[in-house]
Design a protein around this ligand. Structure first.
Ligand code: SF4
Length: 272
């Protein structure tokens, strides 16, 4: 099982990765890799910056009727992963039609080079304006379900052309050095999803919340200044509290958004 709310299990065929864009700064996989190395796990014995494709994993038995997040501990389209290995991985997804596989990347430029089985959901990370260009590579693919993961959302990403996109996930950063996420950045994406009829999944605020804690505990605070680049008409000097992921929760203006792509797009049996 996994703690990632928008999937049910993870399937890690690749270990190791290297930082690629701003969203990688406090990489969760790197922290987890270190922990697994310390626990003596064979698959993670190499340092994080060594990219290893574990072919044996391709024949592993997976529980049926599951949403499977592929390579939560790396990036499937890392420069050091051969096209032939990616094709083997996609073939391994195709022969398991009862599962739906979710593949997420920051190396979007490689996406159009492959053909995707109908049970693969393909996504790109869009953590800031600069990386909106990844969406165009995603749109060039034949993937039946195309999604965006705006996590960790690092700024107001402005206008999004969501034509051809089937799902949008938003999340704030977690972990000890997490950066904060302004509510207006989230509202902007949620509003555009609603206008364009795209399912919206708000995963979490992350470590920081601008809701005043309802207990007397002292939390670390940070002030968000309106002078920050790329942001307009935000509330003056918004105060954030570092209350932790659980306490910060995932309510946006009192509402929970946990939507998934439309059922008719799913191929094979529905997940239980
Ligand atoms: S691409 Fe993903 S796994 Fe790789 S360094 Fe960046 S955040 Fe970590």
């Amino acid at each position: 099982m996994t703690k990632i709310e928008w999937t049910s299990i993870t399937w890690n065929i690749i270990s190791g990765c290297t930082k690629y864009s701003e969203g990688c700064k406090n990489c969760y996989a790197q922290r987890m890799h270190k922990r697994l190395t310390g626990m003596g796990q064979e698959k993670y014995k190499e340092p994080f910056n060594k990219i290893v494709f574990h072919s044996k994993e391709l024949s592993r038995t997976l529980s049926k009727n599951r949403l499977v997040f592929v390579n939560s501990m790396s990036d499937t389209f890392h420069e050091e992963i051969q096209d032939s290995d990616i094709n083997c991985l996609l073939a391994a997804c195709a022969i398991r039609p009862l599962n739906q596989f979710q593949i997420l990347t920051k190396r979007a430029y490689r996406l159009p080079d492959f053909k995707y089985p109908d049970n693969v959901w393909l996504g790109v990370t869009v953590e800031n304006c600069k990386n909106k260009e990844r969406i165009e590579y995603l749109k060039k693919t034949n993937a039946k379900i195309k999604f965006l993961s705006c996590e960790p959302l690092l700024e107001d990403i402005g206008t999004l052309d969501l034509k051809g996109i089937n799902w949008v996930i938003v999340g704030g950063e977690t972990g000890p050095n997490a950066r904060l996420m302004h509510p207006d950045w989230v509202r902007n994406i949620q509003r555009q999803c609603e206008q364009q009829n795209i399912p919206f999944f708000f995963k979490q605020w992350g470590e920081w919340s601008c809701a005043k804690p309802d207990n007397n505990k002292k939390y670390k605070t940070a002030v968000y200044k309106t002078t920050s680049i790329g942001v307009s008409s935000l509330e003056q000097n918004l105060l954030f509290y570092k209350v932790g992921k659980t306490r910060a929760g995932s309510l946006l203006d009192g509402k929970e958004y946990k939507e998934f792509p439309a059922w008719e797009l799913w191929k094979g049996e529905k997940n239980g």
